[in-house]
Write a protein that binds this ligand. Structure first.
Ligand code: ADP
Ligand code: MG
Length: 464
């Protein structure tokens, strides 16, 4: 008697079960738990079992590790298959590589509560690495977590570029509150979903019910509020709902990719309200923070990656934390796959070639950025740096900016000269002067290194 053809899902489930049984060690079974969630849309096409993955390295790695096992599992289940093929899917390539675990924001879903989205299990304070780029935001978030609705940080508005840890920090507040006060209701929701609900309520004449639902929330975590910018017609009502929440001393935390004042198409009344509590920025992490994040992630995943490789990543991947995690994952995958090949700098360089190229295009420092950071560090104005005045208090920062522009950008002396309104010879002379001085003045050396870190670069680049 012939078995009925199993549906795609149940076939895949039985493959997973069987492969697991075929794996002899705990380590291999654990590895499988990490890798199988990266496989998508498994299906039979003629006699070939096709599985989609998001990276070329996974195509190679999974073929080597699992093709034979999956084939055996299928054949032993009576399927007519003679090949298992992994293919690269463009859609998957853009998605996150690591399978994420989630926790519901509401301990027990209750009737009449607003819908809330699941939070990442690992987005906790313990897993958040502190550094100068995020210390304000971290401090404010901790204060709010310890006393939701009871600090003056209401609303707490966290802003900064993408991938810098806003969602992580916001969800950390949620976890902290849920762990200590399971009775409190926490609502984590993206502004997009919030607005959809809101518009639904408006259209269905259910505003009253909508407001009532949110009144029951003790902690509202509203992610990516830049989404409401430009949606003017609903801002009036949004403003009222928001006000009534704050009036009830409900804690509201918001994130956005820009500061409140830069939310385009947002009424001043609303942005003004956003700023009445506490506004904190998360900036790009310095070299040291990037390295600390890498070490913590490697440790958390129990990956033994040599220090020089972690430094290499921290030095070359600077744009944001998500990109840093992506680079680490790539290296970890390689190590998992090649137990017998030692991971060298050359290999890391090869593995990360594309990401490093991409970084260059997004994060080449501008001379302007350097001047601004130097001016800030020395407590002088940008105009002073650009002026012709030759007092020592201005000459040093000006020359430091020239020196750093030569060291940290790919621009020519001519181009740098143009930005300073000086000749290329002046820039050359200025940079040389600082080079000579830092060799003998340790104080100056320290200052220059600090500024380099603030610019998100590794001070070791100065000696190259
Ligand atoms: P954003 O919301 O700002 O776009 P996310 O909060 O999603 O960024 O962070 C992107 C990734 O980087 C997440 O996996 C997060 O855990 C990680 N991350 C960001 N900042 C830190 C940090 N300071 N310490 C540890 N991990 C971080
Ligand atoms: Mg986010």
């Amino acid at each position: 008697m012939e078995d009925k053809k199993k549906s795609g899902d149940s076939l895949w489930n039985s493959v997973v079960q069987q492969v697991k049984m075929l794996l002899p060690t705990e380590i291999e079974r654990n590895r499988m738990d990490r890798y199988f969630p990266l496989m998508h849309s498994p299906r039979l096409e003629e006699n070939c079992y096709v599985i989609e993955v998001g990276e070329q390295i996974q195509v190679e790695m999974f073929a080597k590790l699992y093709s034979q096992l999956i084939l055996e599992a299928l054949q032993s289940g009576g399927e007519k298959v003679d090949e298992v093929r992994f293919i690269l899917s463009k859609d998957l390539a853009t998605q996150q590589q690591q399978p994420a675990k989630y926790r519901p924001a509401l301990a027990t879903p209750q009737r009449g509560m607003p819908s809330t989205m699941p939070m990442h299990e690992n987005y906790t304070f313990e897993n958040f690495v502190k550094g100068p780029s995020n210390s304000f935001a971290h401090a404010a978030a901790t204060a709010v977590a310890k006393g939701p609705g009871r600090t003056s940080y209401n609303p707490l508005f966290i802003y900064g570029g993408t991938g810098l840890g806003k969602t992580h920090l916001m969800e950390a507040i949620g976890h902290y509150v849920l762990d200590r006060h399971p009775e409190m209701s926490v609502c984590y929701i993206t502004s997009e979903t919030f607005l959809n609900e809101y518009v639904n309520a408006l259209q269905n004449d259910a505003m009253h019910a909508f407001r009532e639902r949110y009144r029951k929330v003790d902690l509202l975590l509203l992610d990516d509020v830049q989404f409401i910018a430009g949606k003017q017609q609903i801002q009036e009502e949004f403003f009222n709902t928001f006000n009534s929440l704050l009036g009830l001393r409900k804690q509201v935390v918001m994130t956005s990719d820009v500061a409140p004042k830069d939310l385009k198409g947002c009424e001043e009344r609303l942005t003004g309200r956003f700023q009445q509590g506490m506004v904190v920025e998360i900036e790009s992490p310095s070299y040291e923070t990037r390295l600390a994040i890498l070490k913590s992630k490697a440790l958390a995943g129990q990956h033994l990656i040599p220090d020089d490789i972690l430094k290499f990543i921290a030095e070359n991947i600077r744009s944001h934390v998500r990109a840093i995690e992506g680079a680490l994952n790539r290296v970890v995958t390689f190590v998992d796959l090649n137990h017998d090949i030692p991971l060298t700098l050359d290999i890391a360089q090869h593995l990360l070639k594309d990401s490093i190229e991409e970084e260059k295009t997004i994060k080449d420092l501008t001379v302007d950025e350097i001047m601004r950071t130097v001016a800030l560090a020395y407590g002088v104005k940008m105009e002073d740096i650009l002026s012709k005045e030759r007092t020592q208090t201005l000459v040093t920062p000006r020359q430091v900016a020239m020196f750093l522009s030569c060291k940290l950008t790919t621009r020519s002396l001519q181009e740098i000269g143009r930005s300073f309104g000086k000749t290329h010879a002046t820039v050359y002379h200025g940079a040389q002067t600082i080079q000579k001085r830092i060799d003998v003045e340790s104080e100056l050396q320290k200052t220059v290194e600090n500024i380099t870190s603030q610019l998100g670069r590794n001070p070791s680049e100065l000696t190259k």
